[in-house]
Design a protein around this ligand. Structure first.
Ligand SMILES: [Mg+2]
Length: 109
C-alpha cells in the first residue's frame, strides 16, 4: 500500500496531511487550556503544559518537513524573512498592547 496524495512519501504536496493533523492536535490542547481557565491540569488527567510542548514540537517538525520537501530555497528564505518581521510585530504588540474599548464588550443576556 502506498501513501496517499498529500501524505509523507507521496509525490503530491507530501506532508500536507501531517501538517493538518498536527495543527488539529495543537488546537485541541489550546482548547483544553482555555476550557481549564488556563490551568495546566486537565480533567482528563493530562498535563497541558507537557501536551503543549509535544504538540508545538510535532507541528514544527511537520512544517519543517513540508517546507524542506515542497518549497524552494528562495521560498524558505522568504518565509524566514516574514517570520522575523511578524515576530518583531507580535513582540511590539505584547510590549505595548492596545486597550480594548467598550464597543468590543459583548453583552450576555
Ligand atoms: Mg502530535
Amino acid at each position: 500500500m502506498s501513501s496517499g496524495d498529500f501524505s509523507i512519501g507521496s509525490k503530491v504536496w507530501p506532508g500536507v496531511s501531517k501538517v493538518i493533523e498536527e495543527m488539529g492536535e495543537l488546537q485541541q490542547v489550546f482548547g483544553k487550556l482555555i476550557g481549564a481557565a488556563g490551568g495546566i491540569n486537565h480533567w482528563d488527567g493530562s498535563n497541558l503544559r507537557e501536551k503543549l510542548i509535544e504538540e508545538i514540537a510535532d507541528l514544527q517538525a511537520a512544517l519543517d518537513f513540508f517546507k524542506s520537501v515542497c518549497l524552494t530555497f528562495k521560498e524558505n528564505a522568504r518565509i524566514e524573512d516574514r517570520v522575523r518581521k511578524k515576530s518583531d510585530l507580535f513582540r511590539q504588540w505584547h510590549r505595548d498592547p492596545v486597550p480594548l474599548t467598550d464597543e468590543h464588550d459583548v453583552e450576555v443576556k
